[in-house]
Design a protein around this ligand. Sequence first.
Ligand SMILES: *Cc1c(COP(=O)(O)O)cnc(C)c1O
Length: 377
Amino acid sequence: MDPLCRVHLNWENFRSNLRLLRYISSDLMPVIKADAYGHGARRAAIELEKEGVGWAAAGTLEEAAAVRDAGYSGRIVILLSFLRDADDVELCLRSRLLPLVHRWEDLRVIHEAMDGRGGTLGIAFKVETGMNRLGFPLEEVDRAARFMADSGRMRPEVLISHLSVADDPREDAFTRLQCSVFWKSAAILRRYFPGMTCSLNNTAGLLRRESSRKEICRPGLALYGCNPLHGTSEEERGRGLLPVMSVTAPLISTHVLRRGESLGYGRTYIADSDRLIGWAAIGYADGYRRCEAPGRSMCLRGCRVPVIGRVAMQMTCLDLSSLPFSPSAGEDVHVLGGPGNAVTAQEMAHWWGTIPYEVTCALGRNPLAQDDPPATR
Ligand SMILES: *Cc1c(COP(=O)(O)O)cnc(C)c1O
């Protein structure tokens, strides 16, 4: 099933965002999980390679291996690591991937898989600091460190934890608590593994310079041009980020809706005067949400046009009456991004009652436009 809408990616803007973040913190481990938030993990990794970024964080083991196959030569951490057996460990060794070890079972699987092989597997070690998602609690860090040191078959190259509320300045006390647990764990692990690096900050933590100590920050969102501090007192810190993704859909029908006529399912829109309407070929099957928030709009040649009526499975209706030109069927509408008064992922997230992360992940599953130049190394 090939929808008619298309995803366009501006990798120049991606590089610009990357450079902006590197200016704040030179050591980065860009997060390209979930297919780089819908933008394409392989291509994103090639851009990182070209920019000489030495670390990247992928989602699953398979995604991490694909990023390696795409030609990324730096270190790759597998954030969604779930080591099942020796085959998984073998893949980590072969593709030089650092699984995120977050439970005792991981340590046992690695210890057994490395039996008789010689050498050590580099890993990322996850400590629990307040997210209560993955990781060893502080009380178990020493025991886990001793296990790894005694085993000799694995070596933590980086200590990782994740901040839950770094994007909310009102929650700074909690963030400070997370930082404190993190650095305590780091001190314990470094007694056994002095060369180990640390990585704590996400985009928000990085923009707010949350941790003053030397570490490798893990920005995701900002790379794709969104500001996690939007709407907070510190929004300014994300200034200058440029959107990477835009999405278009062709107008497949335009016609006049007479006064008093309704349109679409549920007849939720009834024209109070003659209107010029158009149907764009994108709907909830393509990740364009059906929710009926006021203010939803798209962009035609840089001009806003309101979404009217109910979003259908593969079509959405627009009121084109206010345009200063007459649009024709076949013309592309910008659902997200584009020239002029573009719709931002932040704005769409607001309509949908969600966050920009979900917007790019959902819309990014659509096919790439042909006009995007192929990846070059
Ligand atoms: C997604 C993720 C990040 C990146 O977070 P952003 O808010 O997008 O910067 C960093 N670390 C971990 C563990 C993550 O899961």
